[in-house]
Ligand binder design. Structure first.
Ligand code: GLY
Ligand code: MN
Ligand code: MN
Length: 441
């Protein structure tokens, strides 16, 4: 990895250790490789915390941070050893010697040495930062280390008596993206914008949903993406009213809309765009009306994206526009404020408007502060804004019948800046006219 890149990770580790404080040790373990079926594994994905602190995507890696050690000794990475036979079968390995230079950590060890080395590192620490509950085998392993190190107490050695979830410190750090993260998220967004454009241009009646999914994935892979950020959603007609529809098996029909919610990862950073467009390239007047309501909600919600506003303000702006739109369509009737209080929109809009975006598509970080108040937006935060209206088959509101089978969501990715926001996905066609032009280009 480039020196300047390694320095970015070193700075993050230094900040994490500052927050952990003296008397702490932190351990981050790579998740196990998982069998998909006989002799075949699922594609491997490193945990986001380990990526955030080291950029190390290798299976079996373990990162240990020890703020009490002197500078130049405090970050320790355990990796798989070189192994000619395993490398011939399964791929090259850096091994500990090269890993130290590559990742810019202070010390590296062969992962097979961890059971001895970790006891030395844990001795003297009062608190252990460790994520528990995800992998029972890893929990057992760590608890065994704690039990073993405890035996040193009779010699007067302090050993950890507290286990703390590292999310407590890392989530807050990950909420505010640094310049490297912003660059990578812009890149993920740019690739995804081109992929969505290509899908609009290619779509036509009687194509299958999976053909559009394949086209998106082709664009992601061709650009060197590390993967998709989540399972792609390509839903034609009333499949668009299923929020997490991922079967993508049906034909696209003339006169219907298709909703695509898909995103790539660039260096493991997610993009998450949704666009809804007519399969035949022309909105019907009714589709255009509903689309315009959702677009107005998107614009109103994005306008709330600025430092000092609450994330709840973004949601509330969307709710108001969607409720006004449902009244204009005569689906709902009554006073807008009263309808909002009664959550009358919920039949047609049942999800939140935003989530944090970063290494995880639903990224780390609470939506409330430590006092339980809705989070205040600050420069460097990245969130999605994704209002929608879904006229699904399950509701029993007869005034909605004319719209049944229409599902529309529009989703952008917003970086909060000093003065407002940067819409990372702005150049994805979004107005009805832009979309019709992209569909026929
Ligand atoms: N694609 C997942 C989401 O929009 O949250
Ligand atoms: Mn999405
Ligand atoms: Mn999203």
């Amino acid at each position: 990895m480039a020196l300047e890149q390694a320095e970015v990770y070193a700075r993050r580790r230094a900040r994490a250790m500052e927050r952990m404080g003296a008397g702490s040790v932190g351990i981050w373990m790579a998740p196990p490789e998982r069998v998909r079926n006989h002799d075949v594994d699922h594609p491997y994905r490193q945990t986001s915390e380990l990526l955030y602190l080291s950029g190390c995507a290798e299976p079996e890696a373990v990162l240990v941070l020890c703020p009490d050690l002197s500078e130049g000794e405090r970050s320790i990475l355990f990796v798989r050893p070189r192994d000619t036979e395993r490398e011939i079968w399964y791929g090259r390995r850096l091994g500990p010697a090269r890993a130290r230079e590559y990742y810019g950590v202070d010390t590296t060890y062969d992962i097979n040495e961890i059971d001895q080395v970790i006891l030395t590192l844990l001795g003297g620490a009062e608190r252990l930062f460790l994520r528990m509950g995800l992998e029972p085998a890893q929990d057992q392993r760590a608890l065994k280390w704690l039990e073993q190190v405890k035996r040193k107490r009779r010699n007067g050695v302090i050993t950890p008596s507290q286990i703390i979830d590292p999310a407590q410190i890392l989530d807050e750090m990950r909420l505010i993206k640094d310049p490297t993260e912003m660059t990578w998220m812009r890149k993920a967004a740019a690739i995804n914008i081109a992929a969505h454009r290509a899908a609009m241009s290619a779509a036509q009646p009687e194509m299958y949903e999976y053909e559009l999914a394949a086209l998106l994935h082709y664009h992601y892979s061709r650009q060197g993406c590390t993967g998709t950020a989540y399972q792609s959603i390509v839903g034609g007609g009333d499949n668009a009213t299923i929020l997490h529809y991922t079967e993508n098996q049906d034909p696209l029909k003339d006169g219907e809309l298709v909703l695509i919610d898909a995103g790539c990862e660039w260096n493991y950073y997610a993009s998450d765009i949704t666009r809804t467009f007519p399969v035949n390239g022309r909105f019907s007047p009714q589709q255009r009306d509903v689309y315009t309501i959702v677009l107005n909600a998107l614009d109103a919600a994005i306008a709330q994206c600025k430092p000092g506003n609450r994330i709840q303000d973004v949601h509330e702006a969307a709710l108001r526009r969607l409720t006004e739109g449902l009244v204009a369509l005569r689906v709902l009737e009554g006073d807008i404020d009263e309808l909002i209080v009664a959550r009358a929109y919920e039949t047609f809009y049942m999800h939140r408007t935003s989530h944090w975006l970063g290494l995880d598509v639903h990224d780390a970080g609470g939506y409330h502060d430590a006092q339980g108040r809705p989070r205040i937006l600050r420069p460097g935060m990245v969130l999605t804004v994704e209002p929608g209206l879904y006229f699904h088959a399950y509701h029993n509101v007869t005034t909605a019948d004319p719209f049944q089978g229409i599902g529309i969501r529009i989703e952008d990715n917003i970086l909060i800046t000093e003065n407002g926001y940067e819409n990372l996905t702005l150049h994805t066609p979004r107005t009805p006219d832009e979309i019709e032009a992209a569909c026929t280009s």
